[in-house]
Design a protein around this ligand. Structure first.
Ligand SMILES: [Fe+2]
Ligand SMILES: [Fe+2]
Length: 277
């Protein structure tokens, strides 16, 4: 039986909400709606397939645009590493469409544009560093997918908290800090190796043990997670956030260099070297 979706809220003539925007409508429901003569149903519903096509076309376009615009948005010079990192990430996202975890990549793309852009940017910065470190193609793929999904646990945090412009309350902060563990449990059914899940779990740890969720120190944090820690913070500093004008890459790197106890300085130096090339 064909399924349809409402493209907008559908109201009766006397203002009663009959179907909310985005709701699935069965053939039986359509027959009922046809009794309301004032409704231009053909403008208010679309077949389910069309809706999915539209959604996935939008996501592909948004993904391509976000990857291609990285260099301009971050105001950095073109480099071999950047070109290769963009290509690898593009193929990771494309290939993920046939994998069970596509649901999470897709959900990141449809939950909050800001979160998806951040996920893409963190993956690109992480890949830039890993290419310089001589990672193999397989290792780059593992790091790329882990970095892309590093904040997947945020899909379980309400948008009202993620988009809040005012400072978060203690309770909201505690809630948001759970996204690392929530991310790992979200991915548990896919039997991902630790190469991926370490990134999801450890990307808010700090070298001096002051991070969360487990207060890991130094080499208790995996190398992949250390790369994503640097990429995550650099991306946050160089992105527009409420009350926070974006800084340039050099400033971001300087900030990480001052915090010698918190960030892996070998990787910060490496990123600085790549961007200077
Ligand atoms: Fe995070
Ligand atoms: Fe993040």
């Amino acid at each position: 039986m064909a399924e349809y979706y409402a493209t907008d809220d559908i109201y009766s003539e006397d203002g009663i909400l009959l179907v909310s925007k985005g709701k699935k409508i069965t053939n039986k429901a359509i027959q009922k709606l046809q009794r309301y003569e004032n409704l231009q149903l053909k403008d208010l519903i679309v077949p389910a397939n069309n809706r999915l096509n539209k959604q996935s076309k939008r996501l592909s376009k948004y993904t391509d645009h976000t990857i291609e615009s990285f260099e301009t948005r971050k105001n950095i010079r073109p480099s071999y590493n950047l070109e290769r990192a963009s290509e690898i990430l593009g193929s990771i996202i494309f290939e993920s469409k046939t994998k069970p975890w596509w649901i999470y990549v897709n959900s990141l793309g449809n939950y909050l544009d800001r979160l998806y852009t951040h996920s893409i940017d963190v993956a690109i910065i992480s890949l830039i560093m890993a290419i310089e470190l001589g990672y193999s193609s397989k290792e780059l793929w593992n790091l790329g997918i882990g970095a892309l999904l590093h904040d997947v646990g945020k899909l379980l945090i309400p948008k009202t908290i993620l988009e809040k412009d005012e400072p978060l309350t203690d309770i909201e902060q505690a809630f948001i800090k759970q996204h690392c563990e929530l991310g790992v449990s979200s991915l548990a059914s896919f039997e991902f190796s630790e190469q991926y899940t370490d990134i999801v779990l450890q990307h808010h740890e700090r070298i001096d043990g002051s991070g969360f969720p487990n207060g890991l120190k130094g080499d208790e944090i995996s190398q992949n997670a250390k790369i994503v820690i640097v990429a995550d913070v650099v991306d946050l500093i160089t992105t527009y956030r409420a009350h926070n004008k974006p800084k340039n890459m050099n400033t971001a790197i300087r900030k990480l260099k001052i915090a010698t106890d918190k960030y892996p300085q070998d990787l910060v130096d490496l990123l600085e070297k790549i961007l200077e090339q």
